[in-house]
Design a protein around this ligand. Structure first.
Ligand SMILES: *Cc1c(COP(=O)(O)O)cnc(C)c1O
Length: 357
């Protein structure tokens, strides 16, 4: 199969949003990438085309059985005009692990990265230059076979769309209040919590809404079996610094294996801190928060990078963490990781990949 990517340029350039209008994921660049799959044929027709609506049969399996995967990463423009991606191969590897879990055929990771490069090259003037801004990239797969039988689709589309995004924290990094969710769960071991698939997010919306109504930004998810062990915060991985040691829930099958998570573990260990990936019970955590032993807590993910937690509410009891201000490690991680991503500080682990323009 030929894998050369065809390129159809848009004849109409969209008006770009102003820096302060960007928000998150509301504007999309001029082009997109599409590749199709048919059983017996494999992936075919990789192409960059003008950004456009797609037409799907109402019976397409994705609408009925949720066979879909997504990824999320960012492109950053450096001061000297280069374009950098943060560990993009990790995203394509995870895409294939998610594909595996959802019965979706593998995608050649080199081809996916080539597609990404081709798309960014065509839309390079969409990459914001302001500090804290970037081009958010959303690769995803949907099952398109028009059939209601419950089995894996025989047809798919793999697409990539891109959105210029603003600063996640227009007023600077500030701690948020988190509600510990005791009833609903995000995912269970043996289910699809480890896959970046739509169902996990649909399952999280109701609890998120209730927390918002109570004045909290996000929920802290507990495990699906005992409601005892901490799993994630919102759609981010979570870290806690207790008496000088950093803890994060061990990957147990229901936790998403974040690329920011693994990078932060590597950075912290490089700085000489002890990081333990282990089961963390909410009881012990909350006691540590109340006694002051919990020095810092933060969520991690591509969108926000680091999101400090300033307060926990568990069963309507509250505990303030670190005086409600951003902790030293949280702040240092944010500055270091965003600095590496923007090419402002050395990249000791060779994480950044330069896009060929
Ligand atoms: C994407 C995601 C994360 C963070 O992963 P990154 O690779 O760091 O962006 C964490 N938890 C959930 C549920 C996610 O969907």
């Amino acid at each position: 199969m030929g894998t050369s990517i065809s390129i159809e340029l848009s004849t109409h350039k969209k008006t770009k949003p102003l820096a302060n209008e960007r928000g998150f994921g509301t504007y999309f660049s001029d082009h997109m990438f599409i590749m199709d799959y048919a059983e017996g044929q494999g992936w075919y027709n990789p192409r960059v085309v003008p950004y456009q609506p797609i037409s799907l049969d109402p019976a397409a399996k994705v609408f009925h059985y949720g066979q879909t995967i997504f990824e999320g990463l960012k492109a950053y423009k450096t001061g000297d005009g280069r374009v950098l991606l943060f560990r993009p191969r990790k995203n394509m590897e995870r895409l294939n692990r998610s594909n595996d879990r959802l019965g979706v055929p593998h995608i050649d990771e080199d081809l996916a990265l080539e597609a990404l490069n081709a798309l960014i090259k065509v839309d390079q003037d969409w990459i914001p230059e302001e500090s804290g801004h970037s081009l958010y990239i959303r690769p995803y797969v949907i099952a398109t076979q028009p059939a209601l039988g419950v089995d894996a689709s025989a047809e798919y589309k793999f697409m990539i769309i891109m959105s210029p995004v603003g600063n996640y924290y227009p007023e600077g990094v500030n701690p948020v209040k988190i509600y510990v969710e005791n009833e609903y769960v995000r995912a269970v071991r043996g289910g699809v919590g480890e896959a970046k698939t739509a169902g996990n997010y649909a399952a999280s919306l109701k609890a998120q809404e209730i927390a918002k109504q109570k004045g909290y930004s996000q929920v802290l998810w507990l495990d699906g079996v005992h409601r005892k062990y901490v799993e994630e915060v919102g759609s981010m991985n979570v870290f806690f610094k207790i008496n000088g040691v950093v803890y994060t829930p061990a990957l147990n099958g229901s936790i998403l294996n974040g690329i920011t998570r693994s990078s932060i573990i590597q950075l912290l260990r490089d700085w000489g801190l002890t990081v333990e990936e282990t089961a963390i019970s909410i009881e012990e955590l909350f006691a540590a928060a109340q006694s002051g032993a919990l020095e810092e807590a933060f969520g991690t993910g591509t969108a926000a990078v680091i999101s400090p937690i300033g307060e926990l509410n568990w069963k309507d009891e509250k505990a303030v963490i670190g005086g409600g201000v951003t902790g030293e490690i949280s702040g240092k991680l944010y500055v270091t990781l965003t600095g590496i991503q923007r090419g402002l500080v050395p990249d000791p682990f060779g994480w950044m990949v330069e896009v060929e323009l």
